[in-house]
Design a binder for this molecule. Sequence first.
Ligand code: FAD
Length: 346
Amino acid sequence: MFPKPVYLRCALLLCGVSILSACDRKASEPLVIEGKTMGTFYRVSLAGVDKNRENALRAQIEAQLADDDHQLSTYKDDSVLSRFNQYQGNVPQPVSAGMADAVVTSIRIGRLTGGAMDITVGPLVNLWGFGPDKQPVKTPTPEQIAAARQRIGLQHLKVIQQSDGQYLQKDLPGMYVDLSTVGEGYATDHLARLIEGNGISNYLVSVGGAVVSRGHNAQGKPWQVAIQKPTDKETAVQAIVDLQGMGISTSGSYRNYYELDGKRLSHIIDPATGAPITHKLVSATVIAPTALEADGWDTGLMVLGTHKALALAEKQHLAVYLITKEGDTFKTYMSPQFKAYLKDPE
Ligand code: FAD
């Protein structure tokens, strides 16, 4: 579930100079509340907040994350999403406003990526062993892939807004929606709203690989986030960005993978081929107004590959940072919009 934009506690993790000056000044540290959620980790860094608020904030944070998990998880059979996936009819099923919003955003981005990002791709994700099911012991057959592909397609999924609430409707009985690509971004934005609801305006929040920040860090400086080098051999920084109040998310194909029949298979599935991507793009980072949008775009760009991703970024004016791996060499590509966030432009 890596790469994660590795964020810095008040920019203290990187450059030797800022670490020395901060320690000499005995700079105040942010209040950090962290824990496990959704098969990954969450972390909330709050500048200027008293330690005695920690327990009350932690209780609210973990209750909200548990509810998000109950809505969006495909890893819990009794979640709202799992019950929708198990339902074989086409009567609209009630969902929360937050889940409806996550699905509407996913369908919008899915269409803009030409179906490369497709939250109905769940049958293929599970067939290749990247969902709650076990990994296959041999490569799925063309017949199995074709059968799974019969059950996917954004055109078969609808969000219905009614006066008494919002509903999801499918016209494909075997449809299996997988919100893993946007769940972290959704939960990150949702946590940010909770923090602001507690009257806190200087924070950095992350769930898995999605991050959002507001205001400044404990040293009164902009929160900075580091994008990791796309390798599972070490944790190294590829670039540092100043989020300027935006959301960021990275999708990668070099951490969540396994080897089968001599091939390395990543968890990013191309709905057009029904199989994991095989091109050289290994990491896509997107900065967007919300972590949900950034999280939705990053997977779609990973599926499209470098050149189509850059063309789409240009068309949609997206702030995008891509890393390809050719042999042992990493090459980076970025859209003009991304440059404005880079701390030390390359
Ligand atoms: P991203 O790159 O953001 O998304 C990749 C994921 O999206 C893939 O893993 C796949 O599920 C899906 N996907 C693949 N191809 C496409 C495509 N073309 N279009 C759309 N989606 C695609 N993991 C656990 O191990 N245990 C848990 O209990 C667990 N609970 C979860 C609960 C929730 C609510 C959510 C949202 C996820 C949960 N997960 C769990 C999954 C895990 O947290 C990550 O979401 C997952 O591994 C992907 O995170 P990522 O950011 O690395 O991937």
